[in-house]
Design a protein around this ligand. Structure first.
Ligand code: UDH
Ligand code: NGS
Length: 387
């Protein structure tokens, strides 16, 4: 009985001491330390969760190891995120769940806010990255892209935003000009320190593929499954690339005049070196991407002029690019998982061509280099099979 009483006494004394310490710490000026103290506990919770797949074979689940919603108060009290995110694992298992819907993806990403924006809930991000995606008629790919990329970026503890740049109308697709529009519209909204120019059909397969910028332009999609996970050729700059605003402007952005498939990415690669910069790349075991299989789209036939144009990049890059960009913003919608920017980028004849010259390119550009199968698919207006 006596021992029980003394045990209680000790317990009460211990609690009293703790209360006094907390009261002292909570006094004005010490509040930051108190919230830091609590955050340490929360952080331990995150890092203690099972490490995201690192076995190099099957890969981890794409929704493993995400931040829990924050319970702390003011953002200004948050410490900077660590240099290396503790949430990052290794290879990711890329899957295409059947029956996936955008609202399903929204439910899996409760911390993503209107416009496809995210900030780590428990620390101040060190990097602010905008993802720019050229788009038309690829809603099916977009759904899988968002399903994979949102948790991937969250594990990197980035302050990020996803911008879909949607080409209005059915005139020939122009990937590079849409990227220029994306750059201008994203920078108008936020002071991003890095922009990722990203095809919608490429899914990163490794968490360590950092979506931050380097001191020189970065080509991230170095190892795609369709190329046997290696670079198809040394100067390849397609798929996914990342530039700071300064790097982008130093090469006058991307070309505006590549209508249809091919060559614009090679032009961009040449511009990097004409701008006096080199290209950085992640290693082949990290810059890995799975491409959602598809055929060439209707309205994006091969550009027969691409080789002639590439031969002239040295003469054209300073005249054509961000300094000559013209387009009409049709709408900007803040959807839950992305900002949708719809634009009229016009045609080769300008923003308001005469009806005759504005005919879709497949009616004007000879498709002699297209395969017979593609021509038949295009003629039938067939939807390209994919996942
Ligand atoms: N894109 C669209 N809609 C289109 C065309 C292109 O959204 O109609 C976007 C999309 O983000 C896509 C990107 O532009 O990921 C690049 O276009 P692409 O996927 O057609 O180009 P890629 O070279 O694939 O990656 C072409 C596959 C057929 C190649 C046949 C020639 N070898
Ligand atoms: C090159 C194209 C690039 C293209 C790359 C990969 O030949 O635009 O193939 O194409 N350059 C020219 O045509 C000048 S892919 O295999 O992804 O269809 O990105």
């Amino acid at each position: 009985m006596v021992t029980l009483q003394s045990k209680w006494r000790y317990l009460v004394m211990l609690l009293a001491v703790q209360l006094v310490v907390m009261a002292l710490l909570s006094r004005e000026g010490n509040q930051r330390r108190v919230s830091y103290f609590f955050r340490i506990f929360r952080k331990t919770e995150h890092t203690a969760s099972p490490p995201h797949g690192h076995n190099g074979t099957s890969g981890g689940d794409v929704y493993a190891n995400l931040s829990a919603p924050a319970r702390s108060a003011a953002r200004e009290d948050l410490p900077y995120c660590p240099r290396k995110s503790p949430l990052i694992g290794g290879p990711i298992r890329v899957t295409f769940p059947s029956g996936l819907t955008l609202s399903g993806v929204e439910r899996k990403n409760p911390l993503v806010t209107r416009g496809g924006r995210y900030r780590p809930p428990d620390c101040e991000a060190k990097h602010r990255t905008a993802i720019i995606i050229p788009h038309r008629n690829r809603e099916h790919h977009l759904k899988f892209f968002l399903y994979h990329v949102h948790p991937f970026l969250q594990r990197q503890q980035l302050d990020y935003g996803i911008y879909i740049i949607h080409q209005a109308g059915n005139y020939t697709f122009n990937r590079a000009k849409l990227m220029n529009v994306g750059f201008r519209e994203a920078m108008r909204e936020e002071d991003w320190d890095c922009l990722f120019f990203h095809d919608v059909d490429l899914i990163p397969e490794d968490d360590r593929n950092s979506y931050t910028c380097e001191t020189v332009p970065k080509h991230a999609a170095i190892a795609m499954d369709k190329f046997g996970y290696k670079l198809p050729y040394k100067m390849y700059f397609g798929g996914v690339s990342a530039l700071t605003p300064l790097q982008y402007l130093r090469m006058n952005g991307f070309p505006n005049n590549y209508w249809g498939w091919g060559g614009e990415d090679d032009d961009i690669g040449i511009r990097v070196s004409l701008g006096g910069m080199s290209i950085s790349r992640p290693s082949v075991n990290i810059g890995r991407y799975k491409m959602i299989k598809h055929k060439l789209d209707t309205g994006n036939e091969r550009n027969p002029e691409r080789f002639n144009m590439l031969a002239k990049t040295r003469q054209t890059w300073k005249l054509d690019g961000m300094n000559s960009l013209d387009y009409e913003l049709i709408s900007r919608e803040y959807r839950q998982l992305y900002t949708n920017i719809t634009v009229n980028i016009g045609t080769e004849e300008g923003l308001h061509p005469t009806p005759k010259s504005a005919a879709p390119a497949d009616a004007r550009i000879p498709t002699s280099s297209s395969t017979k199968k593609e021509k038949q698919a295009n003629a039938a207006g067939k939807k390209t099979p994919d996942h």
